[in-house]
Design a protein around this ligand. Structure first.
Ligand code: NAP
Length: 240
């Protein structure tokens, strides 16, 4: 059987990097997308024979088209898409500018719409596919001072459910993962004291590691009967 081909967006650092490594360790061929962190992406590629890297700003349709064209020209099919790339922004609602809105929505939500649209044509043709969208618990419960971020993630979850219904008959599964507080650069502004306070609110009393999210991706890519779900991996932080 031919090896499965996976695209992971935002795979240079953090959660995406852990997902790319996990897939490579499990014999998938991974196209690890990056945008600004060329050095980290090259380091990842050097560590695995089955990781290929591709620079693209996934908030831009023309870049996404190039990423998908590159993958199909070289590997002929796409089995797995992990829409992971994302940015965060903390601001009071009344201080948010139109530029802030466009930046977060385009990077977090338009990218998922656009990448999925470009990839799914091949998946529908093959009647096979697994799409995993990186959401956030804030998409489920809303975060104070992170409203655009929360909106972008809630949009992703709605897309996940709609596409699970629309693409299920083509044997394509679509799910969201909603991480809680994960130890990556995205949270590097938090002090030790902030993190200790957050830990006290988490039933499992610890923050998550990128590998905790990669384990859920491993399960989802192997599973055959789960679709349309938003799976919170948050140590129980936001049980609802
Ligand atoms: P991170 O450490 O800041 O890494 C973000 C990744 O996204 C980087 O690889 C970055 O690539 C990539 N990226 C950003 N803008 C991009 C663009 N326009 N085009 C292509 N790639 C882009 O963040 P993380 O914590 O791993 O977050 C990954 C995902 O998990 C995000 O969707 C985030 O919202 C979600 N999440 C994170 C947490 C958390 O606590 N960390 C919680 C919930 C959800 P370059 O550096 O190469 O530009």
């Amino acid at each position: 059987m031919s090896k499965k081909i996976a695209i992971v967006t935002g795979a240079s650092r953090g959660i995406g990097r852990a997902i790319a490594k996990m897939l490579a360790e499990n014999n998938y061929i991974v196209i690890a997308n990056y945008f600004r962190s060329e050095e980290e992406a090259t380091d990842l590629q050097n560590k695995f024979d089955n990781i290929d890297i591709f620079k693209a700003d996934v908030s831009k349709r023309e870049d996404v088209k190039k990423l998908v064209e590159y993958t199909l020209n070289k590997y002929k099919k796409i089995d797995i898409l992990v829409n992971n790339a994302g940015i965060d922004q903390e601001k009071l609602f009344q201080e948010i500018t139109d530029e802030d809105w466009n930046s977060v929505i385009n990077t977090n939500l338009f990218s998922v719409f656009c990448t999925t649209q470009e990839v799914v044509k091949n998946m529908i043709h093959n009647k096979n596919g697994c799409i995993i969208n990186m959401s956030s618990i804030w998409g489920l419960v809303g975060a104070s001072c992170e409203s655009i971020y929360s909106i972008s993630k809630a949009g992703i979850d709605a897309m996940t459910k709609s596409l699970a219904k629309e693409l299920g008959p083509s044997n394509i599964r679509v799910n969201s993962i909603a991480p809680g507080f994960i130890d990556t650069d995205m949270n590097k502004e938090y002090s030790k004291d902030d993190i200790n306070n957050i830990k006290q609110d988490i039933p499992l009393q610890k923050i998550g590691q990128p590998e905790d999210i990669a384990k859920c991706v491993k399960w989802l890519v192997e599973d055959e009967y789960t679709t349309g779900q938003v799976i919170a991996i948050d140590g129980g932080w936001q049980i609802h």
